[in-house]
Design a protein around this ligand. Structure first.
Ligand code: ZN
Ligand code: ZN
Length: 257
């Protein structure tokens, strides 16, 4: 199969031919139809994860935002079949530990990261571990490209808005950072009945509000300088796990009105 590999940090990826993967026990192989490029990939390429002990072994096929079709099923897999259209979380969890059993698989005791601890989706095929737990069957209305675009950032934003923010109908929500995760949080919060303000200082994230600026008017500086006061369509980059103070990262705060 063709694959783009990270061979050396901060150097261009290498296009290469690798053996087609064969699924081991509990695994499936997906033919990748769409693969997102995430800011997390940039962090991996840059070597930013050393501080949390995630130092990938190189060469590595990055990529953790994919949609595709199952083309091979390993022994012990019962819930996924050849031909299933699927996506996966960016972390692959065991499905058995206390966290996984209480629907907090993002904290799994035996976590693997697709495209970080093993090869991911910058290739024609990708192997998914513990497939019965980690493969998510796509409905007919979600194509592979959409699945690749929403998997990483929507699940991050969903937990931020629901589990952490505990948004209730009618509450005001300030979403700081209108990138991929932030705009997903805007959409999810709006869908759950929140009153949403997106805050961003980046010119490209401000949309019509910025274009309405009066001639000669200087953009104010400060925390609300980029206030967008309405829900805006999701677009732009996605972001995975990172430091809370990292530029461009979304933070969500829900306050009682
Ligand atoms: Zn991602
Ligand atoms: Zn687990």
């Amino acid at each position: 199969m063709k694959a783009a590999r990270l061979v050396e940090r901060r150097k261009p990826l290498e296009m290469t031919n690798l053996p087609d993967p064969v699924p081991g026990g509990g695994q499936v192989v997906i033919e990748v139809e769409a693969e997102g490029i995430c800011r997390t990939d940039w962090n991996v390429w840059n070597g930013d994860w050393d501080w949390v002990g995630l130092v990938p072994a190189l060469p590595l096929v990055m990529g953790h935002e994919l949609g595709g079709t199952v083309v091979a099923v390993g022994p012990g897999v019962s819930a996924v079949r050849v031909g299933d259209r699927v996506t996966t979380p960016f972390h692959e969890s065991c499905g058995r530990c206390g966290y996984c059993r209480t629907r907090r698989s993002n904290l799994c005791d035996a976590m693997e990261f697709l495209g970080l601890t093993h090869d991911g989706g910058y290739a024609q095929f990708a192997t998914i571990r513990n497939a019965d737990f980690n493969c998510i069957t796509l409905p007919d209305s979600i194509d592979a490209l959409s699945a690749a675009a929403i998997g990483c950032r929507y699940m991050t934003a969903f937990h931020a808005v629901t589990r952490q923010g505990r948004l209730a109908v009618g509450q005001w929500v300030a979403v700081h950072g209108a990138g991929g995760v932030g705009l997903s949080a805007v959409q999810i919060a709006a869908a759950l009945g929140g009153r949403v303000i997106a805050v961003d200082l980046a010119d490209g994230h401000q949309g019509p509000h910025r274009r309405r600026r009066r001639p000669g008017h200087r953009r104010p500086r400060g925390r609300l300088a980029g206030r967008v006061g309405r829900a805006v369509p999701a677009q732009g980059r996605s972001a995975g796990p990172g430091r809370p103070d990292q530029p461009g990262r979304a933070r969500v705060r829900a306050d009682t009105a």
